[in-house]
Ligand binder design. Structure first.
Ligand code: SF4
Ligand code: F3S
Length: 103
């Protein structure tokens, strides 16, 4: 499961599409955690897609990640600022790749 303390245990190494990248990153095999309020561990995500289907405010968008061992696309929390903290994505992800910091 994603480490809910990732902001302490990892360092932000960049930004992609306006979304924070928390390392370590070693592309294409290791992609880190993406997002802050809504965070997705790309190294756990298997592209199940339940988060994209179920999020009531369409926070997520697919991004291609060719060469990653778990899946060739990931759910990016592109619109995390729209999140209404319903926690549905956290509940439906089969590999517990998502953390929402509802404060
Ligand atoms: Fe969308 Fe709810 Fe997840 Fe926020 S907590 S990203 S609103 S499904
Ligand atoms: Fe990935 Fe979990 Fe969404 S596997 S696509 S973060 S439901």
């Amino acid at each position: 499961a994603i480490d809910p303390q990732f902001q302490e245990s990892r360092e932000q190494v960049g930004e992609e599409n306006g979304v924070a990248v928390w390392g370590p990153v070693d592309e294409p095999e290791e992609l880190g955690i993406r997002g802050t309020h809504v965070a997705v561990d790309y190294d756990l995500c298997i592209a199940d897609g339940a988060c994209l289907e179920d999020c009531p405010v369409d926070v997520f968008e697919w991004v291609d990640t060719p060469g990653h061992p778990e899946s060739e696309r990931k759910a990016e929390p592109t619109h995390e600022a729209q999140c209404i903290d319903c926690m549905l994505c956290v509940d439906v992800c089969p590999v517990d790749a998502i953390d929402v910091d509802a404060g």
